[in-house]
Ligand binder design. Structure first.
Ligand code: SF4
Length: 204
């Protein structure tokens, strides 16, 4: 189910946030932990520096799951930042969408006794205890991103949401930015309940 909602940033920029969601079975989630851990190792500064990230994060296929996975995506068109260069668009869109995805995932987790997947690395502590090789300070609050547990997010959103990511490429227009999150659930929640929560939390 999808829709578009107008949104005004703290700096007064008016834009539109598109949302899309679907409920699938965890069994249908495409994964390749080895490949995506290697990609993190090759290209991410958080590799082996956070308990939420590879190689410390678990393999989705080996985790215990609830019955359903609510997958949701938020998207902003690059045209809403036409006064910015392409790399600035990436940064600005991520800065808006990532906290919203985390808020939506954690709120739905809280309300429906779910289990959330956030956007990117855990940001609960200023400095992750992994940096000093100490145990995670808040293991019950630690949540992983869908990528960190080895999910093939390109395939996932193509299969479940009929969408594609637009990856930043130098000297090419950045058409849109999208961020995904998820919540495992014991029961299927009605689409209108999910949509209302997403709409209310986007505005916050
Ligand atoms: S809760 Fe703190 S110590 Fe644990 S993974 Fe998150 S940032 Fe690291």
């Amino acid at each position: 189910m999808k829709g578009i909602v107008p949104y005004k940033t703290a700096t007064g920029r008016e834009l539109k946030i598109e949302y899309n969601f679907n409920i699938i079975s965890p069994e249908d989630v495409p994964t390749d932990k080895e490949t995506f851990s290697q990609a993190c190792k090759d290209g991410c500064k958080n590799y082996n520096k956070k308990w939420s990230c590879p190689p410390c994060s678990p393999d989705f296929k080996k985790m215990k799951h609830k019955k359903y996975l609510l997958l949701f995506l938020l998207k902003i068109n690059g045209k809403d930042f036409s006064d910015c260069d392409e790399w600035m668009k990436v940064k600005a869109i991520n800065a808006i969408l990532k906290p919203k995805v985390d808020k939506i995932a954690k709120s739905i987790e809280h309300k429906f006794n779910g289990y959330a997947y956030i956007s990117g690395a855990c940001r609960i502590c200023k400095e992750c205890a992994k940096k000093t090789n100490d145990p995670c300070k808040y293991p019950s609050k630690l949540r992983y991103s869908l990528e960190a547990v080895g999910i093939d997010c390109n395939k996932l959103i193509e299969n479940a949401l009929n969408m594609k990511f637009c990856w930043y490429k130098k000297n090419e227009p950045y058409e849109y930015g999208a961020v995904i999150g998820g919540v495992e659930l014991d029961d299927k929640i009605g689409s209108s309940k999910i949509e209302n929560m997403i709409l209310n939390l986007i505005k916050v």
